[in-house]
Design a protein around this ligand. Structure first.
Ligand code: SF4
Length: 568
């Protein structure tokens, strides 16, 4: 039985709640959206007590279904002003699901810094005053051995910074970040520094006895499909850093604050280069799981020449936005900045774009990794410049008077130039989340017939992918099972069958796309009431007027096609 645990931080009380008929069909991302849509005034201050911080588990989290233990954390975003779901690896989804918890809903705000311990019996409250000022690594090192899951904010969340993130620890003590939209600031506004989950006495996720065999068969078939999928090998070997060379070859690697599509020296940031280093550097790991139940292990642990930890994990988006976009091709410098971001608790994509804006403003030279590390470390020190960076790209651009700010709805773009990947550009423009690749990144495959630079046809593709990706987050999946299903659509039946078993009802063939559309619709209505409309569905001006050197293209998808994305 999936339940909500509502925690009132002001009163220091909690209550268990069965999922009502409205919420029963949702999980993960969708449950967050449904709760915010039904219970919250969209005009309420994102950093006020009316906002709700929700940690939700996917419908298939905690089950044996592969790659299904990513956690969704959401709230009204202080960055975009709209609804926000940020997704992370770590231990939380599996552990909470196995405790029968569909979501923990944090309401109101504590008077003083608080730690909440969640157990199978409810929640207890302790002072977190001794933890104030501590970074996420310090906290994880202290608590990870004694708790099944550790969820915390660093200094950025405490300061209510607009790009602050929430750390969710892995079982071996590395922070993974629910990074986007400044949700760490929502946790900070509630004076909630730390959530510890004690899973003592937790059972397993219940699968009805008469359905266990069917569930198992579908898990087996999906697992085999994932392992046989050609892309699995590349990601297993090189991680998401496999994209560095591929995106550069396509000519859409963000370079010099999105001026160019290729970056000289990018090879030194690539998965192939990491593989070389892993042969030479002690403790350097190329295959690491962000969460239990993963069959792919696309994460990594980067170390220096002596084998000391630089950062785990360094992902493509960071390599692109802190790396190529700043013309920094020193992998160690990027990893050091990533470590600082994880510790302070900020979104590396915001910081990468903000650093490039600082370079545009002349605060440091393009490609100067050492200077960038020094500036990033000011985030921890709390200097004026550091405080500017933790508020993200938009705030940094506005403060420095730089007009070239690559954001949509105030959220920084991901590591793909939308003048080449125009479908991704449509997603950036129209996603209720603001510029967000996980909402619907559309990359051509070598044997496919999708044309990324075509002026027409991008809208329907983006609609389709946005709906599917939203449903992916409702299951607790990383994108892997979905990518495999894209290649072989017949595989959806395995997801549908297992989802139906968990819901206790058969679901239609179109379950995934209908679920995604339903959730996005609620988000659009919430956002509209919050003041975000179709007029905000646009990219920064320079993408419409400056041609990208590699493909001689501007972003020229017809406005009507963009307006129709969510009307289908
Ligand atoms: S494939 Fe990568 S993102 Fe997905 S669950 Fe595994 S480690 Fe995490």
């Amino acid at each position: 039985m999936r339940r909500l645990l509502r925690v009132n931080l002001k009163k220091k009380t909690y209550a268990w709640e069965e999922l009502n008929s409205t919420y029963r069909k949702y999980a993960g991302h969708g449950l967050i959206t449904s709760i915010l849509f039904n219970e919250m005034d969209p005009k309420a201050d994102a950093l006020g007590p009316e906002n709700k911080l929700i940690i939700a588990t996917g419908l298939l989290s905690g089950t044996p279904f592969p790659n299904a233990n990513r956690v969704s954390i959401g709230a009204k975003s202080p960055l975009t002003g709209g609804i926000k779901e940020a997704n992370s690896g770590g231990t939380a989804a599996k552990v909470l699901a196995q405790m029968g918890i569909a979501a923990v809903v944090f309401e109101d705000a504590a008077d003083d810094w608080t730690t909440v311990k969640v157990t199978k019996d409810g929640a207890t409250f302790e002072s977190a005053s001794a933890l104030v000022g501590k970074g996420n690594y310090d906290i994880l090192n202290t608590y990870n051995k004694d708790y099944a899951s550790v969820i915390s904010i660093g200094q950025a969340g405490e300061k209510l910074a607009k790009s602050s993130a929430i750390s969710v620890g892995t079982s071996d003590g590395h922070p993974r970040m629910a990074a986007r939209g400044g949700i760490g600031a929502v946790m900070g506004s509630k004076k909630l520094k730390l959530v510890l989950i004690d899973d003592t006495g937790a059972g397993k996720v219940e699968i009805p006895a008469d359905k266990k065999d069917v569930f198992r068969e579908n898990v087996r078939a999906m697992s085999k499909a994932i392992m046989d999928f050609p892309m699995t090998g590349g990601l297993k070997a090189l991680g998401t850093a496999v994209l560095v060379n591929l995106v550069d070859q396509m000519g859409c690697a963000p370079t010099k604050n999105f001026r160019y599509g290729r970056c000289e020296g990018h090879e030194k940031l690539s998965g192939e280069y990491m593989m070389e280093l892993s042969q030479k550097r002690p403790n350097f790991v190329m295959t690491h799981k962000c969460s239990d139940g993963c069959l792919v292990s696309c994460s990594n642990i980067l170390t220096d020449e002596q084998g000391n930890l630089l950062c785990a994990s360094v992902e493509y988006e960071t390599l692109a936005l802190v790396g190529t976009n700043c013309c920094i091709t020193d992998l160690d410098a990027v990893a050091k900045i990533n470590y600082i971001c994880n510790d302070v608790g900020v979104d590396t994509m915001e910081v990468g774009c903000a650093l490039a804006i600082c370079m545009d403003a002349g605060l440091l030279a393009w490609g100067d990794g050492d200077a960038a590390v020094k500036l990033a470390s000011e985030m921890k020190e709390g200097t004026e410049k550091g405080s500017m960076l933790i508020d993200g790209a938009q705030a940094t651009g506005e403060k420095l008077g730089v007009s070239r700010i690559p954001t949509v709805k105030r959220q920084a773009l991901a590591g793909y130039d939308p003048r080449f990947l125009k479908g991704t550009g449509v997603t950036y423009a129209t996603s209720p989340m603001g510029a967000d690749h996980t909402s619907g990144n559309i990359i051509p495959t070598p044997d496919g017939d999708y044309n990324p630079i075509a002026q027409t046809g991008q809208g329907p593709v983006s609609t389709f992918v946005q709906r599917h990706n939203t449903a992916v987050d409702c299951m607790g999946f990383c994108l892997f099972p979905y990518l495999v299903c894209c290649a072989v659509p017949a595989l959806y039946q395995h997801i549908n069958t297992c989802a139906g078993i968990m819901l206790g009802e058969d679901v239609s063939e179109n379950y995934f796309i209908e679920l995604g559309a339903d959730v996005i619709n609620m988000e659009l209505k919430f956002n509209e009431r919050a003041g975000i409309t179709k007029a905000d569905d646009k990219l920064p001006d320079f993408f419409y007027s400056e041609k990208l050197d590699t493909c001689d293209q501007v972003f020229d998808v017809d406005t009507k096609e963009i307006e129709a994305v969510h009307d289908r």
